[in-house]
Design a protein around this ligand. Structure first.
Ligand code: IPD
Ligand code: CA
Ligand code: CA
Ligand code: CA
Length: 259
């Protein structure tokens, strides 16, 4: 596979998907709940996932796809080429705030990340990583964020963590200058790779919330693991896992809070 040719294709698909989402604000959006009153899905989530899957199937009919809204395949292994798609990450923000949501797409081969894309649709901020060729934001090559301690800046955590943190976890979070919670893992990952926050720590993530960020993290020599320091497993039961992305200098300190 020609990684650069694929990158150019994915770049176009995501830009087209972003346009579709922006245009959807002028149309009527159907909102349904999934598992609870704050777990939403819209016709736009479904349409964008179907759009991205149709593009992938057209170009790469043998590749497997894991998509949040269920239009992909049921995966039993990460062997071969596997795409992971979150058509709208931060659906609640999309519905209620019309900002702070993103599109995430990643391509893995035999469990190794090749391409990872996070598009902050309303800020038009497109962050991506290409295996062994670096990470970029709107075409500008990113350098490794300079972070030496948790206290250097803000820490991004998911809302449940703030509400339910035990003493050890809360003490770790308090070391940061301040906390930030956007309700969209796409936006939180971008904050870390751009060096705006020291870390993003979440106790509730799905494979498609993590896959793209992991590729970008690798290119920037950042740490990525579950909150208790294990390798992320995309085939985890119920698609529920945890994640921490941060500088390697502070990873151990963050993980220690969860052990
Ligand atoms: C959610 C967001 C949120 C995170 C949840 C995700 P969705 O994604 O990324 O920040 O805390 O765990 O499920 O469902 O809006 O794509
Ligand atoms: Ca969702
Ligand atoms: Ca989603
Ligand atoms: Ca998501």
């Amino acid at each position: 596979m020609d990684l650069f040719a694929t990158h150019l294709l994915v770049n176009d698909w995501i830009m087209e998907a972003g346009n579709k989402i922006r245009h959807s604000f002028g149309e009527s959006i159907t909102v349904d709940t999934k598992t609870s009153r704050n777990d939403l899905v819209t016709n736009v989530d479904k349409e964008i996932e179907q759009f991205l899957i149709s593009k992938i199937r057209e170009q790469f009919p043998t590749h497997k796809i894991m998509g949040e809204e269920g239009f992909g395949d049921e995966l039993t292994s990460m062997d071969g080429y596997v795409w992971l798609i979150d058509p709208i990450d931060g659906t609640l923000n999309f519905v209620k705030r019309q900002e702070d949501f993103g599109i995430m797409v990643a391509l893995y081969k035999d469990g190794v990340g090749l391409l990872g894309y996070i598009y902050d649709v309303m800020r038009d901020r497109f962050v991506y990583g290409i295996k062994d060729y670096g990470a970029y934001c709107n075409g500008r090559r990113l350098s490794k964020p300079e972070v030496h301690s948790i206290g250097d800046s803000s820490i991004n955590v998911n809302g449940f963590m703030l509400l339910e943190a035990n003493e050890k976890e809360a003490a770790m979070i308090r070391k940061a200058m301040v906390t930030r919670t956007y309700g969209a893992s796409s936006i939180e990952h971008i904050q870390v790779v751009l060096g705006k926050s020291v870390a993003y720590v979440s106790t509730l993530l799905a494979p498609w919330d993590i896959a793209a960020g992991m590729v970008i993290a690798k290119e920037l020599d950042l740490h990525y693991s579950t909150v208790d320091g294990k390798e992320v497993d995309f085939l985890v039961p119920n698609k529920k896992t945890t994640g921490v992305i941060c500088s390697k200098d502070i990873a151990e300190e963050i993980i220690a809070a969860f052990k």
